[in-house]
Design a protein around this ligand. Structure first.
Ligand code: BJ8
Length: 424
């Protein structure tokens, strides 16, 4: 990495020794998992470039934004409305952690029996190894699972952390509460940025984010084709990058990728044989660089055709946000109504998630479902049992897994996944 980046990381207070160790490990892993794949779309070159610059170019853009007085907001959940942050002139970056590297650091202040996603993210802050965390002016947490809820109280001691109070049910009263919470959030974002969120600005920001959502929806629709035009690994990478790249650039590049995939579908070109087993992933999000599950599945010759996850179709739940004229209250209600269709396991009841999975099995012509939950994630672990029952009742083969980001777990998961795919 260039001297310019090193100076930038030092300015951000990065622990250079640990950061060097982290970045040194990535190229070999990326080569092995991603670049060794056969028949990748050419347009994946952009996403390869983004990964090669993972702590470089985008962080530089954030720093340029900050130098002009702009603010950066670090988030952990799709319920935090990016539209509102963009409308106030802010930049939103998703900070979920997907690396085991930072987990031991987090365990100095967090209990071991907490999901790896939370520990990984907190460890990145505690160890000063993530420039996105370091560049954030405000962390926006939310009351989803208990693990996150209580972690925000601790994280606030290290970096200013604001918490959005998301109801755990979706009654009409809960909807009103969430709309009120979105309004409170606007007040906070305005205070941090010094910019007013006007209906015009919110409409423009919603249009921008709708563009990103439409490009991703296009990608998922194309994955329904047989043979699959793109690997699950590549599709996951695109989604992971959507959480932190510039929204306009990301939309353009993802539409270019979709153009190429459309041509592939028309000519019957795929990344796997048309008779390859098609797997639907369901479960907890897979933040960058947690690629184990699709890597193992696709290592068997099967292909992941979709992810029912917040790094998958749950991110797109509710489709486009409608922009009902120039009234801020109506706009917030439209954002809430779109968001509340995201069937996170933190809600009770959450029957629609099981229905989503059954519908996706048909739409994507999946031969089997692999439900994965991070260890100690009670919402997804518990809900996984209901998902498995429903799938078995419908005659769909399903495998229930739990694990974390460690190498040992990767070996165990590999054995279980390979055995499952052989039975299909
Ligand atoms: S809307 S899935 S992004 S909360 S894996 S931290 S639930 S213990 S990530 Fe999520 Fe929003 Fe829901 Fe989506 Fe807790 Fe489970 Fe860990 Fe989780």
């Amino acid at each position: 990495m260039s001297e310019e980046y090193r100076a930038m990381w030092k300015e951000l207070g990065i622990n250079m020794k640990r950061h060097d160790a982290l970045l040194a490990a990535l190229p070999a892993i990326y080569e092995q998992v991603y670049l060794s794949q056969q028949g990748r779309p050419q347009a994946m070159g952009f996403y390869d470039f983004v990964v090669s610059e993972i702590h470089g170019l985008r962080v530089k853009e954030l720093m340029e934004h900050k130098a002009k007085g702009g603010k950066v907001f670090g988030t952990f959940c799709v319920y935090v409305p990016e539209e509102v942050i963009v409308a106030a002139g802010g930049i939103c970056v998703g900070l979920c952690g997907g690396a085991d590297f930072s987990v031991p650091t987090a365990e100095q202040i967090l209990p071991r029996n907490l999901c790896a996603l939370i520990k990984s993210a907190v460890g990145f802050k505690l160890g000063n190894i993530c420039p996105y965390f370091q560049a954030s002016d405000l962390i926006v947490g939310e009351t989803t699972c208990d693990g996150k809820k209580k972690t925000w109280e601790i994280l606030d001691e290290y970096i200013p952390t604001y918490v959005m109070d998301l109801p755990n049910s979706r009654t009409p009263a809960d909807r009103e509460l969430w709309i009120a919470e979105l309004k409170r959030f606007i007040g906070k974002v305005e205070a941090v940025t010094g910019n007013k969120v006007t209906p015009e600005k919110l409409a423009a920001a919603t249009t921008l984010i709708n563009g990103k959502r439409a490009a991703l929806a296009r990608l998922f629709a194309l994955r329904k084709a047989r043979p699959a035009p793109i690997s699950g690994l590549d599709a996951l990478l695109v989604v992971q990058i959507s959480f932190y790249d510039d929204p306009a650039r990301f939309t353009q590049k993802t539409n270019e990728l979709c153009d190429e995939l459309e041509a592939r579908v028309k000519s019957g070109q795929g990344v796997a044989d048309k008779n390859a087993k098609r797997i639907l992933y369901a479960g907890t999000p897979m933040p960058i660089p947690f690629w184990t599950i699709p890597a193992v599945i696709e290592g068997t010759g099967a292909v992941v055709v979709a992810e029912e996850s917040c790094t998958g179709t749950r991110l797109l739940a509710g489709g486009q946000t409608t922009i009902p004229g120039n009234d801020l209250d109506d706009q917030l209600a439209a954002i809430a109504d779109r968001q509340l269709q995201t069937n996170c396991a933190c809600f009770t009841p959450n029957d629609a998630r099981v229905e989503d999975i059954l519908r996706m099995v048909k739409e994507y012509e999946a031969d089997g479902v692999i439900h994965f939950s991070l260890s100690f994630c009670q919402p997804y672990n518990l809900e996984g049992m209901r998902v498995q029952q429903a799938l078995h009742k419908a005659g769909v083969p399903a495998l229930l897994l739990e694990g974390d980001y460690t190498e040992e777990q990767a070996g165990r998961l590999k054995t279980r996944i390979e055995a499952f795919i052989e039975t299909l």
